[in-house]
Design a protein around this ligand. Sequence first.
Ligand code: PMP
Length: 286
Amino acid sequence: MMTQKKASTIWLDGNFIPSSDATVSLKTHALHYASSVFEGIRSYKGRLFKVHEHYQRLHKSAEGLGFQLPYSANVLEEATRELVTRENYEYGYIRALGWCGTRKLTVESRGIDVHVAIMGWERPINRNRPAIRLIESRWRRPDPRTAPVHSKAAGLYMISSMSRNEAESQGYDDALLLDYRGYIAEASSSNIFFVIGSKLVTPIPHSFLNGITRLTVIDLASQLGITVEEREVLLSDLQDATEAFLTGTSIEVLSIKEIKTHQANYTFNDETITNRLKEAFYKLVT
Ligand code: PMP
């Protein structure tokens, strides 16, 4: 589905090096204990979208796990700009990674070496991608007292991976995750919106990322005069929804045509408001 060009150059701890030289030891703390955070950032024809917000979040994500990145957001932004120029992506997807290294391999990680890498590849935009089908996951987004749910932390992506694998093995495109309380949370790697009546409804980011694309779409909706309601959403609320879509850096704004849940099967055909938002979104980013 995604075309991934092998990155020829990677920025690692301050230097641009060939990707084949960018390796880590098997004694890396992050591999054993998931002490790793990341960002996915898009570049459109050489222009990075909301890169500052992404690197601020990367720093916050690391702080959420109790470690500090040794490079400022400004340094990382500059490095990313240079990588995008060097690699000359048309539609680039940048992956920035911060992780705990090898100084110790115990659960306790205070004082450990922290590293950052930035890599990228081509990732086509989703503008003309047809609407997708979701199925409810058996996994749920955890209680904020269980995990740093607002960190984009590799450890939390175990839930996303398992949900997505399960959904795809059942013939669906993605999973819908409820939270630990039973409210609708998000998809495996994107936020979710519904059109109910004339309003745009989206769950409160209580146990999941308050996505940068989510915030962009909320902003665009208010500019277009569309009322946005952030509230707890139950599966049963979906019977009144006429449209549904996902938002995320990678998938951008993507329509949903069906959600299968343990209660019922919901279908969405109308894409009136979704299309207005998609148009505004692509106008903004390209
Ligand atoms: N939730 C999860 C689990 C994600 O992986 C992402 C993608 N980063 C999002 C939401 C959307 O976030 P953003 O719009 O900032 O990419």
